[in-house]
Design a protein around this ligand. Structure first.
Ligand code: GLN
Length: 483
């Protein structure tokens, strides 16, 4: 049963091949048996999952038939879950239990999804390797010596290892697409504002966006359908109608204009990844797409701009963790300053502290114009580049990452080397655009992802292209050895 996709599970539940309780029991046993190798879960919510599964079975017996009813999910541990620890991968929130559900969690629960638990992640979603978690690193099921990517590395490893068919992730600079690429999954970062951020613990609020991670584009479509939509509780959520994503999956690609940015294929890219990207372009051409070279001239400024804006917003967002209201509090503080300093010093790991310091510096009087304002100007230039490109093409295609998954620990001492891994993903966050990564092959047994970007609110187009591609390729169906 663990090999089934969400769409297949929906059919199996509908024709009563199995019940949600049977499926949930089987997957919980699989998590218990296999997750010790991966460390992809921070919390497994066995009792709650079985209760939700029985409830879903009852709803179905009473005639309900939603596609997600009774299907399993797990949430990245930065989505608040009522009554269940929400740690954000941090010692700071190790004992924090949210008093409410994030909108994404609530919507999927209303649709009848069964939550198996909370997945591991880089601390406060800062990272690209899932090594900064307070709960330890996550292993890549394709090679246990390699990182699964981050920050949604737990969701990625769990789904790739067939512990469950789908999970939620969040993407501030690539954290859905990059781990999806490194574990051979399909992951979608929606347009900023498409999915409610309410109840998502904030990292960089103008960049954060939740989205689906699954094996196929079809499953991402099902999940996005359940997640997307206006939420009056999130002032940046956009009141745009949500299309029927599944209905658009099969649209023909005849005449689809694909843009290949020449800047994406430069010297920083592993040539073996470049070859697989070109092979994916060929496959899409055979489906009727036409290819055009385009340029995104300001792309080179994206990483420096992001690593000013994201830490700046993080330093502000994380100031709420002060030892008073939420999370870790140091023992026997001498006075208020000592309480703040030691609670934060003990509760936050080193990468989070680095970001807070960088962000505080960038926002400080005298430096604000030189760094933060400049970075915002670059952000606008990057957006303008995309707007110009989308006048000529319907989607932009390129590699998701410049390199393959690296060995655990290989970049731990060099944060800038890890930051550079986000070179292809970060621009979509800066511009607020939707992006998708899909499996496109393997090099030395390690997965490679291809990224597609589309204009605002064109998630349906991304899912359509990825679905058609997945009908003529089988990369997304391959499972790692031992899983
Ligand atoms: N790797 C990027 C960072 O560390 C992106 C993380 C994310 O998207 N949450 O900030």
């Amino acid at each position: 049963m663990h090999q089934l996709t969400l769409a297949e599970i929906a059919r199996g539940l509908a024709d009563k091949s199995f019940s949600s309780e049977e499926l949930t029991t089987a997957l919980l046993a699989r998590i218990e048996r296999l997750d010790p190798q991966l460390n992809s879960f921070i919390s497994v919510t066995r009792e709650q999952a079985l209760k939700q599964a029985r409830h879903a079975d009852q709803r179905r017996a009473q005639g309900e038939d939603g596609v997600l009813l009774g299907a399993p999910i797990a949430h990245k541990d930065l989505f608040c879950t009522q009554g269940v620890r929400t740690s954000c991968g941090s010692k700071m929130l190790d004992t924090f239990t949210a008093p409410y559900d994030a909108t994404v969690v609530a919507r999927l629960a209303e649709a009848g999804m069964v939550s198996l638990g909370k997945t591991n992640m880089d601390e406060f979603a800062m990272g690209s390797a899932n090594e900064s978690s307070h709960y330890g690193a996550v292993k890549n099921p394709w090679s246990l010596e390699h990182v699964p990517g981050g920050s949604s590395g737990g969701s990625a490893a769990a789904v790739a290892a067939r512990l469950l068919p789908a999970a939620t992730g969040t993407d501030t600079g690539g954290s859905i697409r990059q781990p999806a690429a490194l574990t051979s999954l399909t992951g979608l970062k929606p347009t900023y504002g498409r999915v409610s951020r309410w109840g998502m613990i904030a990292y960089a609020s103008s960049l954060d966006q939740g989205g689906p991670m699954a094996r196929t584009a079809e499953d991402c479509a099902l999940l996005l359908q359940g997640m997307a939509g206006f939420d009056p509780k999130d002032s940046t959520s956009v009141d745009e109608p949500v299309p029927d994503y599944r209905a658009g999956l099969d649209a023909p690609l005849q005449g689809l204009r694909i843009g290949l940015p020449k800047e994406y294929f430069g010297s920083g890219l592993d040539p073996r990844i470049g070859e697989l990207v070109q092979a994916s372009v060929k496959a899409l051409e055979q489906l009727g797409a036409v290819v055009k070279e385009i340029s995104l001239p300001n792309m080179q400024h994206a990483i420096p701009a992001y690593y000013v804006i994201a830490p700046a917003e993080a330093s502000s967002n994380l100031s709420r963790f002060d030892g008073v209201r939420f999370g870790h509090r140091c023992a026997d503080p001498k006075d208020l300053t000592d309480l703040y300093k030691r609670s934060r010093g003990e509760g936050f790991g080193s990468e989070v502290q680095r970001r807070i310091m960088v962000g505080t510096y960038a926002l400080s009087a005298g430096y604000y114009d030189a760094y933060y304002v400049k970075a915002q100007q670059i952000r606008r230039l990057i957006k303008n580049d995309f707007m110009a490109a989308f006048e000529q093409v319907d989607v932009i295609l390129g590699p998701t990452t410049p390199n393959l998954a690296w060995k655990l620990g290989a970049k731990s001492d060099d944060p800038v080397a890890a930051y550079l891994e986000d070179v292809y993903t970060i621009t979509a966050n800066l511009a607020g655009l939707p992006g998708l990564s899909m499996p496109a092959g393997f090099v030395d047994g390690l997965p490679v992802g291809v990224q597609l970007l589309a204009p605002y609110f064109q998630e349906g187009r991304l899912l359509n292209v990825a679905h058609r591609y997945q009908q003529v390729t089988d990369w997304h169906t391959r499972a790692p050895n031992g899983f």
